[in-house]
Write a new protein. Sequence first.
Length: 183
Amino acid sequence: MAIKVLDLGAGTGILSAMILQAFPQAKVTAFDMAENMLKVCQTNLSAFQERLTLQQGNFAEDDFGSGYDLVVSGLAIHHLDGEQKKQLFHKLFHSMNAGGILLIRDIVTGATPKLTEQYEHLWRQYIKANGEDDAACFNSYLKEDIPSSVEEQTKWLAEAGFADAACHWRYLNFAIFGGIVPM
């Protein structure tokens, strides 16, 4: 059975590749703002070119199509503020077929400021232990990213109409969460 998939903020195509390999009938639209990322995605997924559509745009503002059975997003939505996330979740809900699944893998905050502080401290320790400059990475994160808590985002998903909005995996300030469009 063919499935229509949207990879929102596709980047170099990591999630698209996994879907195209696992589901031979899948047709994927890789949507990203950065032209250079889409070029890398096209190269990385050249073996799947007949089942891959590349689309450049800003998912907070531009049309990304409709009729999707699955929408995935990896490390992209945290660039939006809370109101933009709410708007995007409504837009995604209306772009998906009944029974469609939304899965988001992203950076999140803790449910409380204290938890956020603990997660960020442990994340910085991990970065430093891997030989990277934790201060530079963390300052870049603070400057560029606007994460929200899983609790807020699953609430917003439910408000947009998604059923079973929940977190499926979490480690510190990273999580996988989503919902289903009711039948």
